[in-house]
Write a protein that binds this ligand. Structure first.
Ligand code: FEO
Length: 420
């Protein structure tokens, strides 16, 4: 197997287009939340035009030496007129300050959002005048080759952009369409099967920004793409549009033709009290036309299968008993899974029984608010066994929540806690 990691030469992608990145085969977790089975790569590229060389992205700082050696094997620093940074995160910007020093003629092209964020990452003072913000449709010329920019924010930071090498149909896509998969053979038609890694990366990095993924796909799909060069993982030269289409599928709505609003009621119960409350919440919601209500006991379930449902749902209601002054772990696990999808603006609510304190309901409500759900209906707590009045409150919690979903809520309930 050719081992790019063992040599310090650049790897030819196309004539005049080289991979000058670094392999990190020993990495096992990335950004704390992502696991990698065999490491990752930090892909950077050099593009030679008749009037200059462009460098697209750099690498994590600890791999700067490898990056510069590879770059030096295909270009001299005085030839570099253009540096493009598609994404500021340190795994791509780690060698940027030194590259700016080594290539003093180069201008740096970034998104307007990146322009604003850069100061937070390194001292831009000495190179301020060389940083040029670019937006969708802007082009720069390398002579016989040109780069065109596409502003594609939130893939997965606000600053992200894609860059298209027009004459060759190469899309430098940043994290978008990438994955954490390390294989020195570099190209998708040569490396091992990485489909699991591609989907895993989407679901953990891109999925919370599904609307932005669709926006980016709309921007790039009209392009005559012949190769996708992402910032991590294999370079997609065989059937690159299959991967674009895979993102289209992964970011599509899972519900087909759903006209009604959906409300999910999750609960867990020690002695049946919270379960009884959940049943009344669900029954109250079912009174409202146009709302489809689902009731789930999370005690017997893994969290992962619910993520698709949560992503599509309009409202989420959580029932938890209070044990030792806290909501119970399966409920926190479920709440933690909400970060995998975009829940901003969904309706949230909470209820639960308790023995002597009852912190679970306000804690869950607080968590929902911090995740940017709206919590327009006050939660219901019941001490030990819920009374008929408390069950009626649960029914009303469900009904009011459902009415909010269909835009027919009763007189507005002022959520004092949310005002604070
Ligand atoms: Fe690969 Fe978001 O950095």
């Amino acid at each position: 197997m050719p081992h790019a990691g063992a040599s310090h030469n650049a790897v030819t992608v196309l004539p005049g287009v080289h991979w000058v990145g670094a392999l990190d085969p020993d990495l096992r977790s990335f950004d704390i939340i992502l696991r990698t089975a065999n490491g990752t790569s930090y892909n950077a590229y050099a593009v030679r035009g008749s009037q200059g060389v462009a460098v697209i992205d750099t690498v994590k700082e600890m791999y700067a030496g490898t990056f510069f050696r590879r770059l030096e094997s295909v270009a001299r620093y005085e030839e570099i007129t253009t540096i493009v940074l598609n994404h500021l995160e340190p795994d791509h910007s780690g060698a940027l300050p030194e590259l700016m020093e080594r290539a003093p003629k180069a201008k740096l092209y970034v998104s307007p959002q990146a322009r604003n964020m850069m100061k937070g990452l390194f001292d831009t003072g000495p190179v301020e005048h060389r940083i040029i913000p670019v937006n969708t449709g802007d082009r720069i010329s390398l002579g016989d080759r040109s780069l065109r920019f596409f502003n594609t924010p939130y893939l997965h930071w606000p600053d992200t952009q894609c860059t298209f090498l027009e004459q060759d149909g190469v899309l430098f896509s940043g994290d978008f369409l990438g994955c954490h998969f390390c294989d020195a053979r570099l190209f998708n038609d040569a490396v091992g099967d990485f489909r699991f890694s591609f989907d895993y990366y989407y679901s953990h990095i891109m999925r919370p920004f599904r609307d932005h993924v669709r926006h980016a796909l709309d921007l790039i799909q009209p392009l005559p793409i012949s190769l996708v060069a992402p910032a991590h993982g294999p370079i997609l030269r065989e059937s690159p549009l299959d991967y674009v289409q895979r993102y289209r599928t992964l970011s599509a709505s899972n519900l087909h033709g759903a006209e009604s609003k959906t409300l999910l009621v999750f609960y867990i119960s020690s002695y049946g009290s919270t379960r009884r409350m959940a049943e009344f919440v669900a029954a109250g919601a079912e009174q409202v036309d146009g709302v489809r209500v689902s009731l789930y006991d999370i005690e017997g379930s893994e969290t992962a299968p619910f993520v698709d449902l949560i992503e599509e749902a309009d409202g989420l209601v959580f029932g938890s008993p209070t044990i030792n002054g806290d909501a119970v772990k399966p409920v926190w696990d479920m709440l933690s899974s909400l970060t995998l999808v975009n829940v901003k603006g969904k309706l949230g609510a909470a209820f639960g029984s308790y023995g002597w304190s009852g912190e679970a309901v306000p804690m869950v409500e607080d968590r929902l608010r911090r995740l940017k759900l709206r919590v327009p209906v006050a939660g219901v707590r019941a001490r030990l066994i819920p009374t008929p009045e408390e069950l009626a409150q649960c029914r009303e919690l469900g009904r009011q929540s459902a009415l909010h979903l269909v835009g027919k809520a009763d007189a507005r309930v002022i959520d004092m806690a949310a005002l604070g």
